[in-house]
Design a protein around this ligand. Structure first.
Ligand code: SAH
Length: 359
């Protein structure tokens, strides 16, 4: 057994995590990848689950320095889909067997927005119950930080998963990525509130932001464990030309892709039974980025269902793929991509996180 094999066979220390994340030699990386892929198969089987993504609005009141739809970016045309458009997308997802949808948007906390999201969730539930899915479509929300009461309302309406990335668990780095007023402690509190209410909670980080170290990423993984996270969505940081972070540039694409894949594999090996998404941002770095994510231990893919006209205005980062495709095109394309990895699509299933336990 060589060093890497020995390392892969033991409980990881923080130092071990740092070493594994830093691997670049193809032989070593392949050992890491295979171990993570095999553990995924052993614990979760060979299904990959779809979460049809509806980016229903790019209207945002926040000014995250990295994000293309931040409030102060005047170059984006703002939109908000109607309830009918959103529900129609979800009904389509249920019809083609996606099993779950994700409603994502920029961040708003006003009463009108909250009631709108709540009404959408209720109507999606009502309209997607069928013989093949008696509980209707699984619904994940990703509409940012809200009060605990609002999270409860969404939960009672029928959403059962929530995505809220911590972005980085390094408080200092967090404050470099966000303007004053966006507080690390509050975000962490929101994640805790979501867990208390009974959501399956997803979080994650951007990989490769300026100033971030490998040790920071190792701490992010420890953060996921400490906070008993059920689902992980991480992606490479990709610079947006209209953002204030433009000048700071980004990491070189090949090494950024490898680092992102190593993160997926190490998270799989360390957290074991969580759901991990092969995020769209991986595909912005390589045409087969998402398939590679699956080969490194991811088991979730989020096909984009946002209507074509809206897509071009939901560019969080530069070079976001699939902006000229329709939801039908995304569907066929992704199934082929998933099957190319030896996995299959778990149609008509929620594919909940095995890690989740309601207490
Ligand atoms: N407003 C919601 C959801 C939209 S943003 C929220 O904040 O939760 C969704 C995710 O996109 C963010 O959490 C962030 O991690 C990612 N993102 C934003 N800008 C990015 C960039 N330039 N590169 C990579 N990921 C980015």
């Amino acid at each position: 057994m060589n060093n890497i094999e020995r390392l892969l066979d033991r409980e990881f220390s923080r130092n071990d995590i740092v070493r594994l994340l830093s691997l670049t030699e193809s032989e070593d990386v392949e050992k890491l990848r295979k171990k993570a892929f095999d553990l995924t198969t052993e614990l979760l089987g060979s299904n990959v689950y779809f979460r049809g993504l509806i980016e229903f609005s790019n209207i945002c009141n926040l000014n995250c320095y990295y994000c293309g739809i931040r409030k102060d970016n005047d170059n984006v045309e703002r939109y908000m889909l109607s309830k009918k458009e959103i529900v129609d997308c979800a009904v389509w997802a249920a019809k083609v067997g996606y099993g779950s949808c994700v409603l994502q948007s920029g961040e708003r906390r006003d009463g009108q927005f909250v009631s709108f999201v709540e009404a959408c969730v209720r109507e999606i539930k009502e309209k997607t119950r069928s013989d093949s899915m008696p509980d209707g479509l699984g619904i994940t929300l990703s509409v940012g930080e809200q009060s605990s009461d609002v999270y409860k309302r969404f939960f009672e309406a029928g959403a059962h998963r929530y995505l809220l990335r911590i972005e980085t668990s390094n408080q200092k780095l967090f404050s470099k990525l966000h303007p004053a007023g966006q507080d690390y402690g509050e975000r962490k509190e929101a994640i805790k509130n979501l867990k208390k209410i009974g959501y399956q909670v997803g979080t994650g980080v951007m990989i490769g932001t300026p100033g971030q170290t490998i040790e920071d990423l190792a701490d992010d993984i420890l953060f996921f464990k400490e906070n008993d996270i059920d689902m992980i969505g991480m992606g490479p940081y990709i610079v947006h030309p209209d953002s204030p972070m433009k000048e700071q540039g980004m990491k070189e694409r090949r090494s950024l892709l490898q680092l992102s894949l190593n993160m997926i594999a190490v998270v799989r090996l360390f957290l074991k039974d969580v759901n991990i998404a092969a995020t769209t941002a991986l595909q912005a770095l390589a045409p087969d980025g998402r398939e590679q994510g699956i080969l490194y231990g991811a088991n979730i893919v989020m096909p984009n269902m946002t209507p074509k006209d809206a897509r071009k205005n939901y560019q969080l980062y530069d070079g976001k793929p699939c902006i000229n495709e329709t939801k039908d095109e995304c569907r066929g394309c992704l199934q082929k991509r998933i099957e190319s990895t030896g996995r299959k699509v778990g149609y008509n299933l929620w594919g909940d996180s095995k890690h989740f336990k309601f207490n």
